[in-house]
Design a protein around this ligand. Structure first.
Ligand SMILES: [Zn+2]
Ligand SMILES: [Zn+2]
Length: 440
């Protein structure tokens, strides 16, 4: 059965903070260069965007959608905010079910104004899940761990958040600040399928597809996606129960999660949201979540939130696919050439040289051999290989500030850099003469 690289969460230009270039023909063209096969349709409940989708996407066969040049497939998708300030990721069978969902939510939200691509619905998570189910769709928490609009920001349990609809939830989206290792620390999550999506607001390949999930499907349709995300039925979320359930389950359909290292996420560590000073969980608590440097608010990081809910075990269910950490190619080129911007001419022209040779970014980052890579450019080739070998130190993100990878060229250089940067981080994040962050 074919496997598809799927990035199933985007936003259109009628959501706030989204690039004007976020249009289907550009998304399709750039996604193809990235190496994606399936994209989400984004913001389906927003009227102007819905019209744009209908003009630019065609139904190739029953439930299979493509752009007009047939560059990538699309699956109907929208993100919704509920009255508890949670973001939910919704997948739908087709255009008609999106219209039906919108109708059923009439009077509960503003849909069509500019900035309403992600509508704020005055209903509970349970009620919204019910409406989605009624039109044949599926729903799960988006970026489940981030400190503002996520299920774990406001609830201790996904089941509880969705009330009587909790049993219907089969998947969660990890978000940029979490990966499989961190998410599975919470016992309840071991029954869910994990999706990795970019949540991109811009169509360029250093944003789009920076996270994606490889899924086995007969064809890239909602029906097949739903099958792939099917819930593992268990009496209780224990490892024993899971093993039992899996003996009954057909082969696993999710093949691979690909995404940023959680340390790159902008809410990885607890940190001040105005001066970005980072804090250990213990220190943040002692300081009553107030920054001693600027009096700003300390935002609880994903790492600390997960630790709070963890059972201390490092267990993964058998169906959990491998998770590969990645960095967008343009970012690697920028590091290799040692230039300032990711949009500079030298980075962009080098990016094109590599794409011309290997076809897609995913081929370059994952598949191409060291020799071939170095033929195009020795410095960039070396950085890609070093990244694959794990010679990367991450300056962790926090408080809304992205983390940053530092890719070293050898194990020795990596050990040296790590020591030095850890020390620098401790210095930078000390307050009242006290050094915090004993551990990253
Ligand atoms: Zn969101
Ligand atoms: Zn501060």
């Amino acid at each position: 059965m074919p496997e598809f690289n799927c990035d199933l969460h985007f936003h259109g230009p009628y959501s706030t903070g989204v690039s004007k270039n976020m249009l289907i023909p550009i998304i399709a063209e750039q996604s193809k260069l990235k190496g994606l096969h399936v994209c989400g349709m984004a913001d389906m409940l927003q009227g102007t965007w819905f019209k744009h989708l209908k003009e630019n996407i065609v139904e190739k066969e029953n439930g299979v959608f493509v752009d007009k040049k047939e560059q990538v497939y699309f699956i109907p998708q929208v993100e919704i905010q509920c009255n508890r300030r949670l973001h939910h990721l919704v997948f739908l069978p087709d255009f008609a079910s999106a219209e039906n969902l919108k109708k059923s939510l009439e009077g509960k939200a503003v849909f069509d104004s500019w900035g309403c691509g992600r509508p704020v619905i005055r209903l509970s998570p349970e009620e919204i899940a019910g409406k989605v189910k009624d039109v044949g769709g599926i729903i799960g928490p988006a970026h489940a761990f981030t400190p503002y609009f996520s299920v774990y920001a406001h609830f201790d349990s996904i089941q509880k958040a969705y009330g009587s609809m909790g049993k219907e939830i089969s998947f969660l989206e990890l978000g940029l600040s979490a990966d499989t290792v961190t998410a599975d620390k919470i016992p309840e999550n071991r029954q869910y399928q994990f999706l990795t999506n970019s949540d991109s607001h811009s169509p360029w390949p250093y944003r789009i597809g920076r996270e994606f999930t490889q899924i086995e499907m007969k064809e890239p349709s909602f029906k097949e996606l739903k099958k792939a995300l099917e819930k593992i039925e268990m009496k209780e979320p224990s490892f024993k129960e899971l093993k039992k359930a899996l003996e009954k389950k057909e082969d696993k359909k999710l093949k691979l999660n690909v995404g940023l290292d959680p340390r790159e996420g902008k809410y990885h560590l607890s940190a001040c949201n105005s001066c970005y000073l980072k804090f250990s969980f213990e220190d943040a608590k002692k300081l009553n979540w107030r920054c001693p440097q600027c009096r700003g608010a300390i935002k609880r990081g994903v790492k600390d939130r997960i630790e709070m809910l963890s059972d201390g075990k490092n267990e993964h269910p058998d169906f959990r696919p491998k998770y590969i950490h990645t960095v967008p190619l343009a970012e690697i080129i920028q590091l290799a050439l040692d230039v300032k911007g990711i949009n500079t001419k030298s980075v962009q022209s080098m990016w094109r040289d590599f794409i011309e040779r290997f076809g897609t970014e995913i081929n370059i980052l994952v598949d191409a051999s060291e020799e071939e890579l170095k033929e195009v450019n020795p410095k960039v080739g070396q950085k890609i290989v070093s990244f694959r070998k794990g010679f990367v130190y991450y300056i962790p993100g926090g408080g809304g500030n992205y983390g940053k990878p530092v890719i070293c060229d050898s194990k020795e250089e990596f050990e040296k850099t790590k020591k030095q940067l850890e020390l620098e981080e401790k210095e930078k994040n000390s307050f009242n003469g006290q050094k915090n962050l004993t551990e990253f």
